[in-house]
Design a protein around this ligand. Structure first.
Ligand SMILES: Cc1cc2nc3c(=O)[nH]c(=O)nc-3n(C[C@H](O)[C@H](O)[C@H](O)COP(=O)(O)O)c2cc1C
Length: 335
């Protein structure tokens, strides 16, 4: 069990935001699994992201590595809010929190999204009777700001450029100040240059405020997103994914470059998790020391999940394994 601000994740195992958490059926299967302690949605934007034929995913020959060139979900935020309300308000033997992954290209859109999310959270408080684990039903819905998608043309991940990130953090911090029950996290990319980790942690500390003691608006960081700038050639791809015919493309995904997930990026994900765990634990601000890490990246078996916890992750999540094995992924990871 892990408690991240107002959110309890029992067991501390969940999916990370991805293609296989896009539609209602996928989210319901994740919610109904006895092996998940929470569910994360695919990243939603205010109006939905325009997908095209360049957006794709392949599994490499080792079967547990992915390269993907997807952006965000084509479904808008309103659709996810509707699905989340249905899932959370349907009687269930075991309630669990849903982490709504969101992003916006500008702070105004982000502000709009937060108004809609907060309105749903207020409604949850009215329609879902409190229980022992969730005395405030609005805490069943948390937020993860995706700051790290490597696949958006001409929009570098803001978490690699803090001046672009700060306006979004400021909007989230305002909402956290107004509503202490809201749990907010950030989805971060891998940091091959670990000195950048301290910069990010110092940046988060700028938002600590006083609320009967110091409190930081950000309760968790999810490390890591895929490793951008990666290339696989078609002959490196699982043969089930190679199209037959005369004009087989040389590159595994249409734009050539994409984000690497799964076992081939596990070491850098582990390194980033360890670097964040250490930087958070060593910080002078007690509110920053409370920020938890959700470990993601190459968690494809129990030993990898154990390594994530040993590197400092309070909870562990996966995407590639879910894509490969379906909902069985969480049984595979359960000790
Ligand atoms: C096909 C695909 C789609 C993804 N979409 C998202 C997304 O919408 N939002 C997000 O934060 N991360 C997204 N990710 C990244 C995953 O959440 C995860 O951080 C990354 O794949 C590393 O974990 P893994 O090794 O378990 O795959 C996606 C990954 C894949 C493979």
């Amino acid at each position: 069990m892990v408690k991240i601000h107002t959110v309890e994740i029992i067991p501390p195992l969940l999916n990370s935001s991805c293609l296989w958490a896009s539609d209602f059926e996928q989210l319901r299967d994740l919610y109904d699994s006895p092996h998940t302690g929470a569910v994360t949605t695919r990243t939603a934007t205010l109006h939905g992201f325009k997908e095209n034929s360049a957006n794709a995913v392949v599994f490499s020959a080792d079967q547990y590595t992915t390269l993907n060139s997807y952006g965000y979900s084509p479904r808008p935020l309103a659709q996810y809010l509707e699905w989340v309300e249905t899932l959370l308000s349907t009687p269930s033997p075991r309630r669990k929190p849903i982490i709504l992954s969101i992003t916006a290209s500008n702070p105004v859109d982000l502000g709009q999204m937060l108004i809609h999310i907060q309105s749903l959270r207020r409604r949850l408080r009215e329609v879902i009777p409190p229980d022992e684990i969730f005395p405030d039903s609005s805490t069943l819905l948390a937020i993860e700001l995706n700051t790290s998608c490597p696949n958006i043309p001409s929009a570098p991940p803001p978490s690699y450029h803090l001046p672009s990130l700060r306006p979004h953090l400021a909007i989230l911090a305002d909402v956290a100040r107004e509503d202490p029950s809201l749990t907010i996290g950030l989805k971060l990319p891998p940091y091959p240059d670990v000195t950048r980790v301290t910069e990010v942690v110092n940046c988060l500390s700028e938002y600590t405020f006083e609320a009967e003691g110091p409190r930081n608006p950000f309760a968790f960081v999810t490390c890591t997103n895929t490793l951008g700038g990666s290339l696989l050639f078609t002959d490196q791809v699982d043969s089930n994914y190679i199209s037959t015919g005369d004009d087989v493309p040389a590159f595994a995904v249409p734009p050539a470059i994409g984000g690497l997930g799964g076992i081939q990026m596990h070491p850098i994900a582990l390194g980033t998790v360890l670097a964040f765990s250490r930087a958070l634990a060593a910080h002078g601000d007690p509110a920053v020391r409370k920020i938890k890490v959700i470990g993601v990246g190459g968690v494809t078996d129990r030993a990898a999940a154990r390594r994530m916890r040993a590197a400092g992750a309070s909870a562990v999540a996966c995407a590639t394994l879910l894509g490969r094995e379906g909902i069985r992924a969480f049984e595979i990871l359960t000790e």
